[in-house]
Design a binder for this molecule. Sequence first.
Ligand code: BGC
Length: 273
Amino acid sequence: MTSRPVLGIDIGGSGIKGAPVDLAVGDWATERLRIPTPDKSTPKNVAKVVKKIVDHFADVIGDDGPIGITVPAVVMHGVTRSAANIDKSWIDFPIEQLFADTIGRPVAVVNDADAAGVCEAQFGAAKNQAGLVLMTTLGTGIGTALIHNGNLIPNIELGHIEVDGKDAETQASSGVKDRLGLSMKEWIPRIQRYYETVEKLIWPDLIIVGGGISRESERFLPKLTLNTRIVPAAYHNRAGIIGAAWLARDRRLHPDPLDATSTPHDTGNKENT
Ligand code: BGC
């Protein structure tokens, strides 16, 4: 049986990238398209770029194929609930509804690290791994995903645990390394401290390191001293698009019973409204 590729779109701080994904193989079916993220990265401005990417690949994905979209935020049943490294207007925003209205078809919006974790669990470094896997994506922030026996537990925000009294991602992400101009030698104690703290909280069977810097993993992974086996991601920055496509197809097969677009949704988060 052959099936059409599913479009995955990855929304990041500097670029919005999309590619049709061949889910039988676990890779992009064609080259990706990248469009810079608008300077004012509000949901509405980002939705316009997402539409351009969908239109660009319309011939490959067909008229009614599912579309998966990652965002660097907590996503509960179609509503973005946080905005650590994006415009604050994403907090409590009904993003799936906006994207669906703009594009004219249903979409599945998921957290970026969750998508990367699903890609690694289905096709990459955690394929066939039993037990608990902690996926980490090191970039501007620290994204995390938990996969248990192949099943995603969504919206686990372990990049924001407190380490030595500070929000972990503000001390140990690769974005911080770049911003402060830290050498690998200077950055390694920070990432060591992060992983040793997190492994004491959740005791995973395997930790995966993703994000752009995972391409240089041989320069820092051998220097870490941890109880848990820690390995580089197989898909590096390609994982978000692939995981988003996988989750979009999965959502079509198993609709979210708490989907905010099908029932009136009260986020209950009055502070942010
Ligand atoms: C956000 C996460 C996101 C991660 C990576 C963090 O600041 O809270 O939701 O997965 O950055 O983009």
